[in-house]
Write a protein that binds this ligand. Structure first.
Ligand code: RIB
Ligand code: CA
Length: 314
């Protein structure tokens, strides 16, 4: 099963976002009409620049527009540790700033215009904090909601979080935004840690990419080397680093990669479980709008992912 909707990819580039970008930009099954880069794993000038570097390195700079997203969460402060992605988002390789005259939140207008133009033929893939999408939804306060759908790398249903026992990083960075999105009624496929921890990149694949001469292979090899080392230290049980964001792109193209359960989801925004994605008991009797991915055909996904990455990086 394939999906040929128009797609917008909202990233916070980020090492695995960079992988997701390469995969998305190289795939014949994705009709990508634009990319939005917000703050998230680094500041927005950095994530935007990183995104442009990846797009340019693949020779797509003239083909795919990149819009700058939000600078910070809706209500909270954002501090950066650099633990998994480096302070620059790509493993501390500090590529030149090419953010130019891009301005924060220009992404929101682009997404709103695309929703009005394409309606249910549009899907929005988010692989970072859901701040931009919350701002988009706040532009439609009275509904009816436009017919677009989302595929989001967000949350943890059964598996433990990666910030603490409860929360996944993209949700934890801006829980209020994630809550707006999940409670909005927009159909969302939640590609959370329950499935993304089952799709891994290892030293073996990195070694192959390190042997390639292309600019994109050089950028990604450095970034992935840093990411793998962080996983080795902080998540040694995984024996690799998780392909969180590429899997969201994979599911957007091929929804049958995952099996899902229907549920209405909300987000805890205070206390010990701050940032947890849980069933919305206020809507337990209503038609569910979120599909929560609980299992994945990891072999099929990784075969397709590595084949496309190999073709684009060599
Ligand atoms: O929890 C994993 C998510 O956090 C991924 O999107 C990764 O890029 C980071 O943003
Ligand atoms: Ca990300």
């Amino acid at each position: 099963m394939e999906s040929r909707k128009k797609s917008i990819l909202c990233v916070d580039t980020g090492v695995d976002d960079a992988l997701a970008l390469c995969y998305a930009l190289s795939h014949e099954d994705l009709d990508l009409i634009g990319i939005c880069a917000s703050y998230g794993m680094a500041t927005v000038p950095k994530t935007y620049s990183n995104t442009k570097h990846i797009v340019n390195s693949l020779g797509k700079g003239d083909q795919i527009p990149v819009y700058m997203g939000s600078e910070k969460p809706l209500q909270r402060d954002r501090e950066y540790s650099g633990t998994f992605h480096g302070m620059d988002g790509l493993g501390n390789q500090n590529l030149p700033d090419i953010s130019g005259d891009a301005t924060p939140e220009e992404s929101v207008d682009f997404i709103v215009d695309s929703i009005k133009r394409y309606g249910e033929d549009l899907q929005i893939i988010t692989t970072g904090p859901m701040t931009d999408m919350a701002k988009v939804l706040l532009r439609f306060p009275d509904g009816p909601l436009p017919g677009f759908s989302m595929v989001s790398m967000a949350g943890a249903a059964i598996t433990p979080g990666n910030c603490n026992l409860y929360s996944e990083a993209n949700v934890m960075v801006d829980p209020e935004a994630a809550k707006i999105c999940f409670e909005s009624g927009v159909p969302i496929t939640m590609v959370g840690l329950d499935v993304t921890r089952k799709t891994l990149l290892t030293e073996k694949e990195l070694k192959v990419w390190q042997g390639y001469d292309s600019e994109s292979a050089k950028i990604l090899s450095k970034a992935v080397g840093f990411y793998l080392e962080a996983y080795r230290v902080h998540h040694p049980y995984l024996a690799g680093c998780a392909l969180h964001d590429p899997l969201a792109v994979g599911v957007a193209m091929h929804p049958d990669l995952v099996t899902t359960i229907p549920m209405n989801i909300t987000v805890v925004t205070s206390g010990e479980a701050d940032g947890d994605t849980v069933e919305n008991l206020d809507k337990v009797a209503e038609e569910p709008t979120t599909k929560v991915a609980l299992s994945v055909d990891g072999k099929r996904f990784m075969k397709d992912f590595y084949a496309h990455m190999d073709a684009v990086l060599r």
